[in-house]
Write a protein that binds this ligand. Structure first.
Ligand code: DQQ
Length: 573
């Protein structure tokens, strides 16, 4: 069966010393499939044209992303031997534009006792003098999770092809004294400098069901001392994987270096929840003298916290791009297909398009937008404006390659009074999208796009809005309904959804979707809500894929503007 949204953590228990150490991998572990050789045909319909993926095999988290001497570096969790998780190394690709990527040899792979059973996720920090350093999780001979350091062998190589590991590894490890859970201690962040000139880093962890961001401090980046209290924690939420902690400007869209603090920034703590496989975040203030992070009122870590993406998107990471003064977010998009299908196609996992990220004017959420470099792939521009979509209508957007496209559309609603009433119990957006899919008629909506659609519409992924009213306010629901995305029943086709905080009395409703054969990455309300769907059409592939705008509500709505482009194929390894 398909992967479900809830990850099943696997536990291996075995005896070490006097006690039992419980070893945990957050990924599905299929030991017998970890070294099954893959062969991938270039003609496969689900290979992406411009979303990052290696030629074959399994990939997951982006790691250690940075810009060095004008070159962007992407490392990522990779199984060189098969299409399921296992045998994990840090694969490495570089780029001058975040669009086209050149592969290199794996940068970090098991080679010393402190990582002999795997090189798991971690981050890069740029040390004074512009020297990069990588902290990553190693799995040691006892299968304990420990933290290691690697530095470039040759700083004059902009491609940073070779890395040396510290002879002092591991630098942070679970001991009988610190009570750190040896099977839940991983994914160090980019480190930041405090006013006392000491480095700080957090590592994800848990104790029972409490998620933790354990804080360590160091004067020299080698000797690390655990702080008495974690930087943050939350009860009943499970393991915090891949934490990310960074400042954002209160005003403006530029990014700032991770060590910056002051009244003009807020801090963001993102954690990847192993329980739900969602990347959630809080926004708050960070006192770097006392090392206390306080999430703002109403910004709390829970299963229903704000998310970077309400679809398939996990283990993300940001970095500060000091060349263009922006903070960039990169994330992993897992498959929604069965393991048998993944093995058959010989690969698994892709990365989302790098997104610029900044704080919304409300201060309550982040905004994300595809980096502008991606626009260089645009070709065959199709555009129209002021087109009325009557209730029940579907119009084709032709002359674009609908399997590999960038579509940007905005809608206007003439009479908001016609909105249906939102029932008080309708608080779960995803559930509402499941109940009210694209075929369920409403008044104001569903309207939006039908992407990766077959000409008979038997297959399509519907990305659409519905507008409700509650008391005197309007509520906008956005759904990515993949329930009809494929005739193959083995895929996870649960619809995704979120509420969009937008003032539709005064603003148009915008939707941009990056369509790439088996990915629909959507940015709604100018990037306030993102939803990524992973779909596997059987009819709507390559030239047989179509793109439509539709309105299945009773009320007419207007497309105020639509721009669509075919996307050229990027060099993605
Ligand atoms: N993936 C890595 C871990 C991390 C998890 C292992 C998140 O370090 O916690 O491949 O997807």
């Amino acid at each position: 069966m398909a992967n479900s949204n809830i990850a099943f953590s696997l536990f291996f228990a075995f005896f070490v010393g006097h006690g039992i150490v419980e070893l945990q991998a957050s990924h599905h572990v299929y030991s017998h499939l970890q070294t099954v050789k893959s062969s991938v045909s270039a003609k496969q319909p689900y290979r992406t044209g411009y979303h990052f993926q290696p030629p074959k095999n399994w990939i997951n988290d982006p790691n250690g992303i940075m810009v060095y001497k004008g070159v962007y570096h992407l490392f990522y969790q990779y199984n060189p031997k098969g299409a399921v998780w296992g045998n994990i190394v840090w694969a490495h690709s570089t780029s001058k534009d975040l669009v086209n990527w050149t592969p290199h040899e794996a940068a970090i792979y098991p080679s010393q006792p402190s990582d002999i059973n795997g090189c798991w996720s971690g981050s890069a920090t740029i040390l004074p003098g512009g020297k990069p350093a990588i902290l990553y999780t190693g799995i040691d001979p006892l299968n304990r999770q420990v933290q290691n350091l690697a530095i470039p062998k040759n700083l004059s190589d902009p491609y940073l092809r070779e890395w040396i590991k510290s002879a002092k590894n591991p630098l942070m490890q679970p001991t009988a004294q610190n009570h750190i859970n040896a099977s839940s201690f991983r994914d160090p962040t980019t480190a930041w400098l405090g006013p006392d000139k000491q480095w700080r880093v957090i590592v994800g962890s848990k104790v029972n069901r409490q998620g933790l961001a354990i804080l360590f401090k160091s004067k020299d980046f080698v000797n690390w001392v655990q702080s008495k209290t974690p930087l943050d924690s939350a009860k009943n939420i499970g393991m915090w994987e891949c934490p990310d902690f960074f400042p954002v400007l209160v005003k403006g869209r530029n990014g700032v270096d991770t060590s910056i603090n002051g009244p003009y920034v807020k801090h963001v703590l993102k954690v990847s929840l192993d329980d739900t496989r969602h990347d959630i975040y809080t926004i708050g203030s960070y006192d770097n003298v006392k090392d206390v992070y306080t999430p703002d009122k109403g910004s709390i870590e829970s299963y229903s916290s704000v998310r970077y993406d309400y679809g398939k998107y996990y283990a993300s990471k940001t970095f500060f791009d000091n060349v263009k003064n922006r903070r960039i977010l990169m994330g992993w998009i897992n498959e929604s297909s069965s393991v048998a299908d993944d093995i058959k196609k010989g690969w698994s996992g892709v990365h989302a398009i790098p997104r610029k990220i900044w704080l919304d004017g409300s201060g309550k959420q982040l905004v994300q937008w595809p980096v502008p470099e991606i626009q260089k792939l645009r070709a065959n521009h199709v555009s129209f404006a002021n087109k009325t979509l009557r209730g029940g209508s579907v119009i084709e957007i032709s002359n674009v390659n609908a399997a590999q496209a960038d579509v940007d559309v905005s809608f206007e609603i003439a009479d908001l009074e016609k909105a249906e009433v939102l029932k008080p119990s309708w608080t779960n957006a995803q559930l509402l999208c499941s109940r009210k899919g694209a075929l369920v008629k409403g008044r104001l909506g569903p309207f939006g796009l039908l992407v990766l659609a077959s000409d008979d519409l038997k297959e399509n992924t519907a990305v659409f809005f519905r507008i409700f009213k509650r008391q005197n306010k309007h509520v906008v629901l956005i759904c990515s309904d993949q329930s009809r995305s494929s005739l193959n029943q083995d895929n996870d086709k649960t619809p995704y959804g979120a509420f969009l905080d937008v003032d539709i009395q005064h603003q148009k409703l915008s939707l941009r979707s990056l369509i790439d054969h088996s990915i629909v990455e959507s940015f709604c309300g100018g990037g306030k809500v993102c939803i990524t769907s992973r779909v596997y059409p059987t009819l709507a592939i390559n030239k047989a894929a179509h793109l439509y705008a539709f309105n299945n509500g009773t009320q007419a709505i207007k497309i105020s503007k639509l721009n669509a482009w075919s996307m050229k194929t990027a060099k993605i390894n």
